[in-house]
Design a protein around this ligand. Structure first.
Ligand SMILES: C[S@@+](CC[C@H](N)C(=O)[O-])C[C@H]1O[C@@H](n2cnc3c(N)ncnc32)[C@H](O)[C@@H]1O
Length: 369
């Protein structure tokens, strides 16, 4: 029995080594991710995207022999946090020093009390040395009406963790390009949302808050920005002028750089470049329900995976999901020319994942074995 177990682990490590060395494009491994991760080499993975079972939310299709290693069934929320943090310690070791971890995690009401589970995990991970670079709010748009005496649940967190401050991030790969262009005629320059600068010019000329020198500088700066719109460098802009509008965050010059600019110069600009802008930290993506018919698994929609994969893994890099369920992360990684490793405690999900890749109608996968 012991010998068989050893053989299983060696087989698992071989599969993973093959992916790391580039002899295979992907591997799905059946087992407790804590054990499998502990067999993996240091700093071998570029990006991890995962969604562990939420505390006391669902039951997964695992053999009862594995029930003690199943995540999410712990009675005490603290045990759940400790269990996850231990697993993510291993993730940290296998992740390259410039790698990223994207952790999707949902909350839970217990005795009518919202537990704040995502933040309990995130704060503990920070204490263990992870750097938290972002908290994406995944707005699932539909939401469920699970109680009559509070609002509908509609979002989950996706935390972006890194190991060091100098991590790999390809912002160009995910930039959103403006859908509208500025309108340029012989006599007019109008930004993508209809700003021509006429009103700003009037405000400046009639301002009681700007002195003559400041007015001259503000008009020149406005002309410069309009020229940038004209030559295609900017698609849009907004100007804030002292005495006309409030600053955005704070009027304190100690707290807000913009308030300071307003005090020093009398104006500031917000400019939108034609080269595009990064997505915000609210992602509106409807959850995947195609697979829910056949399994209990809360499946990642592909759109949710493309942004992390494109921005935090290089072409041909390796993306790992230690709670891979139906294999969505690996499938999306392969689609984008990365390699993928999935680990799951359910033998059935491993089979579902392998079949998902093999039977994909998108011919690309056929070449990858
Ligand atoms: C929320 S689902 C992941 C769904 C996945 N994101 C997808 O798109 O299909 C969580 C998965 O974690 C697995 N799991 C639970 N405890 C585990 C453990 N200790 N090691 C590995 N997998 C585990 C469950 O079997 C389940 O498939």
């Amino acid at each position: 029995m012991e010998t068989n177990k050893k053989a299983e682990i060696i087989a698992t490590v071989d599969l993973i080594t093959d992916v790391i060395e580039g002899n295979r494009r992907f591997a799905f491994v059946f087992g407790d991710c804590l054990k499998v991760l502990s067999q993996m080499p240091d700093e071998s993975i570029d990006c991890v995207i995962t969604s562990p079972p939420y505390w006391k939310m669902r039951e997964y299709e695992v053999n009862e022999n594995h029930y003690n290693t199943l995540i999410g069934v712990e009675n005490d929320p603290k045990d759940y946090v400790d269990h996850l943090v231990e697993i993510f310690n291993h993730v940290k070791r296998v992740l390259k020093s410039d790698g990223s971890l994207w952790l999707n995690i949902g909350d839970k009401f217990f005795n009518k009390n919202l537990m704040g589970m995502p933040w309990r995990v995130a704060l503990e991970m920070q204490d263990k040395g992870w750097v938290l670079r972002g908290d994406i709010i995944w707005d699932q748009m539909k939401g469920t009406q699970s109680a009559k005496d509070r609002m509908r649940d509609v979002y989950e967190h996706i935390f972006h963790f890194v190991k060091t401050r100098n991590y790999y991030f390809d912002g160009e790969a995910i930039k959103i390009k403006p859908t509208k262009n500025a309108v340029i005629t012989d006599t007019k320059t109008i930004s993508a949302t209809g700003v021509s600068g006429v009103k700003y010019r009037e405000y400046i000329i009639n301002s009681d808050s700007l002195n003559e020198k400041e007015k001259e500088n503000a008009i020149n700066a406005l002309d410069d920005v309009l020229n940038k719109v004209r030559n295609g460098e900017l698609v849009d802009f907004r100007m804030t002028i002292r005495g006309q509008q409030r600053t955005y965050h704070s009027e304190s010059t100690k707290v807000s750089g913009r308030a300071k600019e307003l005090e020093d110069k009398g104006y500031f600009f917000i400019m939108m470049k034609s080269s595009g802008f990064l997505p915000s930290d609210i992602w509106r993506i409807v959850p995947e329900d195609k697979w829910r018919k056949d399994s209990h698994c809360a499946v990642f929609p592909e759109d949710l995976l493309f942004t992390p994969i494109k921005s935090t893994s290089r072409n041909d890099g390796i993306v790992l999901d230690p709670f891979s369920g139906t294999g969505s992360t690996v499938a999306a990684a392969l689609k984008l020319g990365r390699r993928g490793i999935g680990i799951d405690l359910s033998e059935n999900y491993i089979k579902v994942s392998e079949n998902r890749i093999k039977s994909s109608s998108n011919g690309i996968y056929q070449l990858l074995f």
